[in-house]
Ligand binder design. Structure first.
Ligand code: MN
Length: 196
């Protein structure tokens, strides 16, 4: 059985950038629903007690009749469990240390990285995610539709942004670029540093 992780901070802790009502609905309803649907799909299968990472990296061995449900809801559970940790109150700013160095060497500068990441977030059509991942020569930005995750290709994401409308619509309506701009104020670079 998979369970909903607690938010590592209060629902209102990311105000004014991410509003309390969005955090409540996003965590307690959307994320909970992914967990519930994943559990019900895997109920009484041999995969019910397998680690989620193992399931998502081996979707081809999941029975076909539940594979899409497991992909969407398992991906949703995995991505959101990370997303809460990718944010923190009083965070944001410029990453220093190894993260800062790798961003500079991969993208030219922190501003150039932010521009490229935001462009990817805005151009992702419909629902999905934007990711910062590690590749052989440094860092790269990628995006995925729905609840797909780089983990499905064996890549553990370093940072990710949820660009589903449920993540921003209450406060930012159709203005996804404004949501992305605000999000930089809550990015938890120490979590990124611990994953790099
Ligand atoms: Mn979401």
């Amino acid at each position: 059985m998979f369970t909903l992780p607690e938010l590592p901070y209060g629902y209102d802790a990311l105000e004014p950038y991410i509003d309390e009502q969005t955090m409540r609905l996003h965590h307690d309803n959307h994320h909970q629903t992914y967990v519930d649907k994943l559990n019900s799909a895997l109920l009484e299968t041999e995969f019910a007690d397998k680690p989620l990472e193992e399931i998502l990296q081996n979707l081809e061995i999941i029975p076909e009749d539940i594979r899409t449900t497991v992909r969407n809801n398992g991906g949703g559970h995995y991505n959101h469990s990370l997303f809460w940790k990718f944010m923190a109150p009083g965070a944001g700013g410029n990453p220093d240390g190894k993260v800062g160095e790798m961003i500079n060497s991969s993208f030219g500068s922190f501003d150039a990285f932010k521009d490229k990441f935001a462009a990817s977030a805005v151009s992702r059509f419909g629902s999905g995610w934007v990711w910062l991942i590690r590749v052989e020569n440094g860092l790269e930005i990628t995006s995925s539709p729905n609840q797909d995750s780089p983990l499905m290709n064996g890549i553990t994401p370093l940072l990710g942004l949820d660009v589903w409308e449920h993540a921003y619509y209450l406060k930012y309506q159709y203005k996804r670029p404004d949501y992305v701009t605000a999000w930089w104020n809550v990015v938890n670079w120490s979590e990124v540093a611990s994953r790099i």
